[in-house]
Design a binder for this molecule. Sequence first.
Ligand code: GLC
Length: 753
Amino acid sequence: MTIAKHIFFTSICFFVFNSCASESNEQSVDDRLNSLLSKMTLEEKIGQMNQYSSFWDVTGPAPKEGSTAKQFEQLKNGLVGSMLNVHGVENVRKLQQIAVEETRLGIPLIFGFDVIHGFKTISPIPLAEAASWDLEAIELSAKNAALEASAAGINWTFAPMVDISRDARWGRVMEGAGEDPYLGSKIAHARVKGFQGDDLSAPTTIAACAKHFAGYGFPEAGKEYNTVDIGAQTLHNMVMPPFKATIDAGVRTFMNSFSQLNGVPATGSKYLQRTLLKEKWNFDGFVVSDWSSIEEMVEHGYAENVKHAAHIAVEAGSDMDMQSFAYVEHLADLVRSDIVDEQLIEDAARRILRVKFELGLFDDPYKYCNIEREKATIGHEKFQEATLEMAKKSIVLLKNQNQLLPLKKKGLDIALIGDLADDKTSPLGNWILAAENNSAVSVLEGMKAYEGNNIEFSVGAKLNIGPLEFAKELKINTTDKSDFAAALKTAKTADVVVMVLGEHGFQSGEGRSRTNIGLPGLQQELLEAVYKVNKNIVLVLNNGRPLALNWAHKHIPAIVEAWQLGSQSGNAIAQVLYGDYNPSGKLPMTFPKSVGQVPIYYNFKTSGRPNLPSPDEVFWTHYQDETNAPLYPFGYGLSYTTFEYSDLEIISQSGTTIELSVAVTNSGKFPGKEVVQLYVQDHFAQPAQPVKSLKRFELIDLKPNQTKTVRFTLTEDALGFYDDDGNFTVQPGEFSIYVGGDSTANLTTKFNL
Ligand code: GLC
């Protein structure tokens, strides 16, 4: 087709598209929706409910045979509403042109992508960001991810993952905000605001997606995709609050969970998706299934076949079918056989189209396809600066005996040991679909940026061997110790040994559960071997989950939790080790002494026999071979300075509004940040409540010897809980308040309601 003809053809299509799909702009979204839906066939409405992953490389020829040819035909016939895993302006534009210019009604596609912690510039894994407790920084991190992703043609992210989890064996704890529903809710709200901004129609904001609805973080035995069996109190008081927080933040999409919740796959749960989400919470966005989770109801033994699964899912309120072909192949027949009410199709299509209108895709389907913006935005330096700040704030100081840290900047012989110390891919974590391997700053690079010390690097032992593939098992080195000798030689003469040990980024994330949560491979053996020749060790952890580190805690003088910190990992770690940033992170998830304690968490329910009745008696809640206490509790994190808490007092109480204040003093030599945490205990209630629950926190800065009075206001939300029907209730009785720098806070006061 000549250029002139192409321009003519495109302008005709654009005119037709405008007259069909968008009507006049001043009409309300609902009017435009009604007008469009009135023109759509049943098949076209079902097409909106059909989502495919990129099924061919659009820069190449269109598929001619096989299932991809069928998908391509469906795309051209307006039977595809969304694509995922397509990015880059050129690729998105090509697909959008087919939908807008070659189909009967020209309805634009919505492009989804897993922008979980950054897009091209990778921020710390979400569990690490949660350790910052810095809601503004977390929101900015999501906003920057949206700026980059939207410049690459993406208009919808499958984030934030808001699954509460208490089980470090589960690989996807890296993707959430840890074990606490209050912190998890605040972070969920911040992330949605970051992604969606104040104007979803802006080309720099993207629709967010609260996932995985619901209960996915409680798989039995921490085993991925395993069944979830939880009671109403856990469901309504632990699992649901972060999802409700995303609703309050205006989230426009939800994703349901792979797992079976109390016998019902979430994808087929009418209670979750209609009764709770769409009716009780008045959610008017749409629900996308997780990848092929509709057809997987057959594997769950819940549906007889895929057609039956489609019937169950659409009635349950699962609006869009990600990649299981169930809707596009069976819904029309189910409607024409009077098995499924067409109104359900109309409602699902309406929800999906509404979000497309809100994104502005009907006004300009190519608004996310600006090649100049793509070139100017992706990988921009400003994202690196923000990611570095976020990474520093995410680091948690777990131990610092004899003030081994911070390190002197001059005159030291430092042995830097560990495969992860010069790894430039692992610090990017697991969800790095659009990032480039080897794009992170390594610890070695970060440390060498400080030129006053002599850094001798030695790998010690390879952590993993073989290729790195997102969907394939990672092979861990358990035999090759050929680098031990060199590492020990380096360590022996060093002033300080910095060991970077932990997990590879592909040892956590989806499909990455572990039964042993110690240091993988030969790392524990290497650590103990180095300790024999030099006890002055700083252990820097890179990991995507809480690890069981009993031996290290007993022997190693300094331990720094550095998670997987993303593109600026090495710079953030070096700046903390050298004291240019005083670590301020606090654990969002309990670290166990042993995997046998898991699931272990701070907001547990007491038992009828919580205490040792008399020495050596056995009839109480305990283990024979381990204490009940964790290694490091929720909310824990040290600083290079110290903080003292005093003068906790109730200033006033009026019904369920209680004003409190507490004095916090920086009693050390370094300026520092402290997360002041307030926990509430309802001493008796029906049903019984946790021994304590985080209900407020405040991040403060204090100079040496400075004291700040922090004030908190408690209202009903801090004093009540959800009953078994999910209704909020506050019961009278005695309450205690605990305030401090972690969940073992013992500065306390009481009041009655
Ligand atoms: C995956 C994940 C989900 C992700 C989706 C699309 O299996 O469970 O979190 O958003 O598929 O990649």
